[in-house]
Design a protein around this ligand. Sequence first.
Ligand code: G6P
Length: 613
Amino acid sequence: MCGIVGYIGNRQAYPILIKGLHRLEYRGYDSAGIALIDNDHLKVYKAKGKVSDLELFAEQKDIAGTIGIAHTRWATHGEPTQSNAHPHFSQSEEIAIIHNGIIENYSVLKEGLIKEGYTFQSQTDTEVLVQLIEFMKNRNGTDLPTAVQLALNEVVGAYAIAVLERNNPDMIVAARKGSPLVIGIGEDEYFIGSDATPIIEFTNQVTYIGDEEIVTIKRNEPLRIKTIGNIDKTPEIQKLELTLNQLEKGGYPHFMLKEIFEQPHTLSDCMRGRVNVDSDNITLAGFIDNKEKFLNAKRIIITACGTSWHAAQIGMYAIEEYARIPVEVEYSSEFRYRKPVINKDDIVIAISQSGETADTLAAVELAKQQGAFIFGICNVVGSSIPRNTHSGCYTHVGPEIGVASTKAFTAQVTVLTMLAILIGKEKGTISHQEYLKLIRELSLIPDKASEILQKNDQIAELSKSFTYASNCIYLGRGYNFPVALEGALKLKEISYIHAEGYPAAEMKHGPIALISNEMPVIVIATQSDTYEKVTSNIQEIKARKGRIISVVTEGDTLVRDLSSFCIEVPKTEPCLTPLLSVIPLQLLAYHIAVVKGCDVDQPRNLAKSVTVE
Ligand code: G6P
């Protein structure tokens, strides 16, 4: 969603804020804006488009000031226009606000404010909040932090906000509920971020603001944190593990390509200290601490959105095969509203790269209220989902900046597979021999992923012949069915080509009607129990002149001969195939999008972390 950055200190704020916005641009990129205070002036500059458009707009403007806030937007209320861009002014233009989240009761609040004589310049819920803050301040004769507190007590919804006041050039007031907010603590200076990416360059000392907390950040004074219910809190200072290198493209043209290529490394990082070939074991702290719960679980429900939901599907196949526990996979957005039956012997696993997805967070809350044990699989350390679950496992892939998720997906699948194998071993539902075989195969996956990446040029070449396509079908069976879904999602996200994934045998129940010589069909046909069946499905497509692009196991000749293009992946155990077979599909989507001239890292209408419903 939107990105928030703020600065107060002795340096000029503008360059720090602009750099921060660039780092946060993956969160939203339809418009951007900045507010600065200098010499009694509260200056607000905004532009439609990217952060670079804001820079162009601000070129001839007065950008002086050692205090400021800035925002990059992903539109929720109102189109991406200059007037809807943040910061928003209050009526008197004395107060300016930036906001990430949604004020759900904004229309009721707006009506009340209109009756009080307030007028509005934008269609946003955010402008309603800043007007409400001003209204509270004037009506109650309070200072800004108290006015923010009073206003937030009236608000229903999610927010991370930062507020400036013209005649208070030494103070920023910030608050959060449901949307992330972190404060960086430097020498005589503070930084605000909706995540740590704009902060790490300046300091590694941070404090994460909790839900319903308001922080008053004053020049040369310690932070003061209060809840909206007026309880004082002591800031907890943490050290960031993030490095600046992880936030740079490192010579790659796009973050997405860098992240695809990082996978051999991130797969190793995810398994480090967990998969141990020398001592022939897998250890997961989150499992060991809660072993009895896993061993006695009658059912596992996995809840997630987007790519994480596809990882959940693969987890379902693995847990059912090896741990013999029934698994249900739920879209978080459906699960949270459909009054699900959750029993006390159920385990709910929430998967989220960002750890901030609003629907998954709400699903976690719901399951918690109903007494389930919640296990989180997340990438961003310290984010909301890990903080709201009973236990869990980080994926440890470092920051994922490209909007289309790649390395987070393979790590999520790795964690789920480790978990399935571990439960299976402890329950005795897999033999010791099988356990050892799986450990050894898992440990070989990073090198096998490297082998696939060597086919990058071949896949780039192949992608050129796809630019004509306006529809694609992806097919797979078993463990490769969710890979087909993920391959199709990657393509539509970044190249805007319509693509659908199906279980290969479902073709004849409808989608086969779409097959013609203009329809590329991408089939994942690696060696497994259903290989022959998939081969028959391919024959059916061939008979209708469909163009087959296949992903096969090294040495395959049967499917190769039926295919227009064929990409080989190394042999592995069927449950581990998705970790390999998805890589050519990531590369294919990437190169098709590049050939089509699409903005790979910031595809239209999308955002990296969806902190609204
Ligand atoms: C957004 C992103 C997807 C991601 C999904 C779930 O839609 O663009 O890449 O898969 O959110 O995000 P999460 O952080 O919960 O995994």
